[in-house]
Design a protein around this ligand. Sequence first.
Ligand SMILES: NC(=O)c1ccc[n+]([C@@H]2O[C@H](COP(=O)([O-])OP(=O)(O)OC[C@H]3O[C@@H](n4cnc5c(N)ncnc54)[C@H](O)[C@@H]3O)[C@@H](O)[C@H]2O)c1
Length: 306
Amino acid sequence: MTGGAGFIGSHVTDAFAADGDEVAVLDDLSRGRPGRVDPSVTVFNAAITDADALTEAVEQAKPQVICHLAAQIDVRVSVDAPAADAAVNVVGTVNLLEAARAVGARVLFASTGGAIYGGGVPVPTSEDERPAPEAPYGTAKYCAEQYLALYNRLHGTTHAALRLANVYGPRQDPTGEAGVVGIFCGRALRGERPTVYGDGQQTRDYVYVGDVAAAFLAAARTETPGVWNIGTGRETSVLDLIDVVGQAAGRTLEPEFRPARPGEVLRSALDSARVRADLGWSARTTLADGVREVYRWIEAGSPDRA
Ligand SMILES: NC(=O)c1ccc[n+]([C@@H]2O[C@H](COP(=O)([O-])OP(=O)(O)OC[C@H]3O[C@@H](n4cnc5c(N)ncnc54)[C@H](O)[C@@H]3O)[C@@H](O)[C@H]2O)c1
């Protein structure tokens, strides 16, 4: 597991361990925290950009499957520093593919569904739509997917990419747009009003982190190569989300409106029919249940292990 000390990676680590697998984590701890990982799990403190350290750790752990979640995840950082983003998200992934090749491991790559298709596509969006990312982050993820596909052709591997929608859940750092559920829950708990940019009608596909972990598990239990959208297929507007957070908080939240942010994608949701057919996976957690989990987690002081 790369990025296993991060938000999603630590949940994926827990899911594999709970299913009886032996798991090792590689993370440079730039954003991850070792406290999120069960103490019985080995943690290699190394960067995927350091090919030697990465290969050494992979050869020591000898995994059958590597869930690859380590990444530079900030879209705005990718716009400001595209080469640094590509060094982690493209070259780091190639390093990982080479390390996996040395031990014959299969790679399941955390790609993006929210940042790969661009605007102007039908919503919910299927994998048949041609990616047209609008930031270096999405381009790097798409490029990394192409390397996976190349390795499948060149080396006969069965690597797969999971294009994740907007993932939310306990342990998520409430920064940036991806953390909006945590941000709104935190503000509600502090008695503050949620901030809305624009009219609040813009939509996203919020998928619960436990369901994402289940998707990685389902992918690992097959040998099927593929590219799969991992989402709910449902569009939730910012104003709808505020209502759901209000229900968790037990009171109506009054948003504070600010000017729209230029360049923001207005609608986004993923059609996950393909992964349902290929792996039998679908999102099970309702937004109300998932948001309540986040609300309770923040209320409990945002513990690392929750
Ligand atoms: N959160 C979302 O909504 C979302 C949506 C689509 C895709 N993804 C993808 O899922 C994955 C996990 O995202 P997350 O939200 O858990 O983010 P996160 O920042 O919590 O996790 C990423 C982890 O990778 C580690 N890392 C970063 N650079 C590294 C490097 N060079 N070498 C080794 N480790 C490194 C960080 O320390 C962190 O623990 C990422 O690949 C991200 O692009 C996330």
